[in-house]
Write a protein that binds this ligand. Structure first.
Ligand SMILES: [Zn+2]
Ligand SMILES: [Zn+2]
Length: 342
């Protein structure tokens, strides 16, 4: 990873804009790219964005200032601060026509499969990517993207008023899932996290940390405190086989397990548990446009208070030493935000 000069984007088309990133979050996906477990290396030109493989400008979680707009842009003006919706899509395929841009046949992401990323000084964006912040601080704006991932998963899991929820893992997506579940009305959110510093943050975000001495039988612990039932919803935000098995065992009959975590390897489980306990298991990748817009609205209203998830804010010059290097090791940080432009 290095910082180098690249040509600036050319003038925006009528429905495009050039923005300068303000704050940009480092994601687990970025760390996978950094440590060589990434998936962004395209052999051929990406059909939507023209991205042709490395070098790659990382960064898909970012806020930005609008610098230049095309003639037909109406939703923002130069100088406005925006959150960038980083999910590029064709707008024509069957998934796009249903508004499920995360399932677009040729979707692409800024910072992973496009020439432009949030850790660069300038980004060329399409009109639909410009989400005005309208008073949301720019540093919070960089958290909208992972917050939308978590809200999408919690919504897809059907978290509703009064529910008891179990979350495996208190990394950024785990804590955001906790906040999302609370925002959707969950009465109790129990979180298990091995790292004691992260576990200590759970209470601050409105969750209950599962004590370390319950670690050997978390499903038993959760059944104990739910009258023998188990939880309404479990969310696997850890991405480890053991955590997934624990989450599956913790759900009550008729309940739901959501898996927003991206596992590094295949997980084996007993399918009979799904049938016999009448369970629903849902995957969740990215977010629907609705979940993105709902995230912005709920952050603005205060219902989804995500600010505290940024546990470190660093300048661009320290992105490797205090960002990627730290996060490549077991770390106490939830989300590290990088200030790209002032
Ligand atoms: Zn991310
Ligand atoms: Zn499409």
């Amino acid at each position: 990873m290095r910082i180098e000069e690249v040509p600036a984007p050319s003038a925006p088309g009528p429905l495009q804009a050039i923005v300068s990133p303000l704050w940009s979050g480092i994601c687990g996906t970025d760390i996978k790219e950094y440590t060589g477990h990434g998936t962004s290396d395209y052999a051929a030109r990406h059909p939507l964005t023209g991205y042709e493989g490395r070098p790659l400008i990382l960064g898909h979680e970012f806020s930005a200032r609008v610098e230049e707009i095309g003639a037909e842009i109406e939703n923002v003006k130069v100088g406005d601060e925006v959150a960038v919706y980083p999910l590029l899509h064709c707008g024509k395929c069957e998934a796009c026509l249903r508004g499920e841009y995360q399932n677009c046949r040729i979707k692409a992401w800024n910072g992973l499969s496009s020439p432009w990323g949030g850790f660069g000084e300038k980004v060329l964006v399409e009109h639909y990517q410009l989400t005005p912040l309208n008073g949301i601080p720019a540093s919070t704006g960089a958290l909208i993207e992972p917050a939308a991932v978590a809200l999408n998963a919690a919504q897809k899991a059907g978290v509703s008023a009064g529910d008891t929820v179990f979350i495996a893992g208190a990394g950024a997506i785990g804590v955001l899932s906790l906040l999302a579940a609370r925002a959707l009305g969950a009465a109790q959110v129990h979180v298990f996290e091995l790292n004691p510093k992260r576990a200590a943050l759970v209470g601050k975000f409105g969750g209950t940390v599962i004590p370390a001495d319950a670690a050997s039988d978390i499903p038993g612990y959760l059944r104990n405190i739910t009258g023998g039932l188990g939880v309404d919803v479990a969310i696997d935000a850890a991405g480890k086989p053991a955590a997934n098995a624990t989450a599956l065992e913790s759900v009550k009959p008729g309940g739901t397990l959501a898996v927003p975590a991206v596992h590094l390897e295949a997980v084996t489980f007993d399918i009979r548990r799904i049938t016999r306990a009448d369970l629903t298991m849902v995957g969740s990748v990215g977010y629907t446009r609705h979940a993105w817009d709902a995230t912005v609205a709920m952050v603005r209203s205060g219902a989804y208070p995500i600010d505290g998830v940024a546990t470190a804010k660093i300048p661009l010059t320290e992105i490797v030493a205090r960002g990627f290097e730290v996060l490549s090791q077991p770390s106490d940080e939830l989300k590290v935000l990088v200030q790209v432009n002032e």
